[in-house]
Ligand binder design. Structure first.
Ligand code: S3P
Length: 450
């Protein structure tokens, strides 16, 4: 089952060359945060280039349920009339966050220190994911949570009526946990401190500062220490959402493996906490260049040019880079299948608790297409077969996971025989124009008649 309807089986066949300009949608992480922080500020926040994927639309609906006014003006232009920090109303209905871990976890943080009750649910993927990592730190503020066994959704949160500020060291590399604690800290008096041992994406810190909150970041021996002064009045902003490097990863990687390709992907955010995949690909010998490098809205941005790269070599991806490319390992494993030699990816056990167990989902699907993969709990190795070496011919289960679905579609574009997926429905959560964009570049992908 796709997240919001019947399964959509798809087939991807040997394609190419891929050529042209690929305008990918807005950044998913920044889109969620624009709506949530817009809802927590007083007045009208304007957002340009919002990702209109299902995950973000679900967050927009949730913000409305908490009392904000979220208006779609068309063409990626949105506005949010916020209710201010501590101003959330109690929702009348259950909040359905669909497929989105980012949505539900950030929203739980945002409501956790207001004296209201809310019940959260999602699709089968989201309802199987761990929420204890959020409710444990929220309990320190005084928030109560009642979920299913194992700390899973559906779950009811009772917000703290008299929240206390918190000092919390995030036990796993997770921007969602860090962000949930910071958003909860907004309505607690005094200073909330979050310590992360490894840097994860820093959009929440950057955006909170942009909305006028007092946030300081210090690098210490214990890690990154983020200090937020509670109960600010957030001021509405005009936000231009940069294009998503995690979505750009698909046309970039497809171009690298499809013979003769040359694709330009303009205006991609290259925040160092997000750009680890591109560094890795260049280390493998990919013909990937940054053109027109510049700064926009405080974020580094460039146009990416990716060309067919038949001479890529497998590498050991440094575990310290994992957080900066955590969503890109599935598509990296596809590129690694077309490189010479082994690609070893370690320090990645977080991949097991994403929209699916991404190590397992990719390993099973790659093996079904003739690629050898070894795995341990927190590492995996892909044995590359070179530019023409992947047989294909397999059918892959996508487990309601958009990135698994798009990765196998890219595999099929360069494999000898077509690759099938059981359901591409989840692609709409983050990259609703994936099929049309890739087809225009020259990809042979289609929905199957059932
Ligand atoms: C995200 C954080 C990451 C990432 C997800 C988006 C965010 O999750 O995988 O797609 O926007 O904060 P974790 O916090 O679980 O690492």
């Amino acid at each position: 089952m796709s997240s919001h309807g019947d399964p959509i089986p798809m087939t991807s066949s040997k394609s190419g060359p891929l050529a042209g300009i690929a305008h990918v949608p807005g950044d998913k992480s920044i889109s969620h945060r624009s709506l949530i922080l817009g809802a927590l500020s007083v007045g009208e926040t304007r957002v340009t280039g919002l990702l209109e994927g299902q995950d973000v639309l679900d967050t927009g609906r949730a913000m409305q349920a908490f009392g904000a006014d979220v208006i779609n003006h068309g063409g990626g232009e949105w506005s949010v009339h916020g209710v201010g920090v501590g101003g959330f109303a109690e929702p009348e209905q259950v909040i359905d966050c669909g497929n989105s871990g980012t949505g539900v976890r950030l929203i739980m943080g945002a409501m956790a220190t207001s004296p209201i009750v809310a019940t959260f649910t999602g699709d089968a993927s989201l309802n199987g994911r761990p929420m204890g990592r959020i409710t444990d730190p929220l309990a320190l503020f005084g928030t109560q949570a009642y979920g299913r066994q194992g700390g899973q959704l559906p779950m009811t949160l009772i917000g703290a009526a008299e929240p206390v500020p918190v000092r919390y060291t995030v036990p796993m590399p997770s921007a969602q946990v860090k962000s949930a604690v910071l958003l909860a800290g907004l309505n607690a008096p005094g200073q909330t401190v979050v310590i992360e041992k490894e840097a994860t994406r820093d959009h929440t810190e950057r955006m909170l500062t942009g909305f006028g909150a007092e946030v300081s970041v210090e690098q210490t021996d214990a890690g990154r220490v983020i200090t937020l002064t509670g109960q600010p009045e957030l001021k509405p902003q005009s936000i231009v959402v940069p294009r998503d490097p995690s979505s750009a990863a698909f046309p970039v990687c497809a171009a690298l493996i499809v013979e003769g390709s040359d694709v330009l992907i303009p205006n991609i955010g290259l925040n160092p906490t997000r750009a680890g995949l591109f560094t890795t690909l260049r280390e493998m010998g990919a013909d990937l260049t940054y053109e027109n490098e510049r700064e926009e809205g405080g974020e580094p941005v460039a146009d990416l040019r990716a060309k067919f790269s038949p001479d890529m070599k497998g590498i050991d991806v440094p575990p310290a880079r994992a957080a900066s490319m955590i969503d890109e390992y599935p598509i990296l494993s596809v590129v690694a299948s077309f490189a010479q030699g082994k690609t070893y990816m370690a320090g990645v056990k977080e991949l097991r608790v994403k929209e699916s167990d991404r190590i397992d989902a990719m390993a099973v699907g790659l093996r079904a297409n003739g690629v050898e993969v070894d795995e341990t709990e927190d590492s995996w190795t892909v044995h590359g077969l070179g530019p023409n070496g992947v047989a294909g011919g397999g059918t892959c289960a996508t487990h309601l996971d958009h990135r698994i679905a798009m990765s196998f579609m890219c595999l099929g574009m360069a494999a000898t025989s077509p690759v099938k997926i059981d359901d591409g429905g989840a692609i709409a959560t983050s990259f609703p124009i994936f099929e049309s964009l890739m087809t225009e570049l020259g990809a042979a992908i289609r929905r199957d008649n059932r």
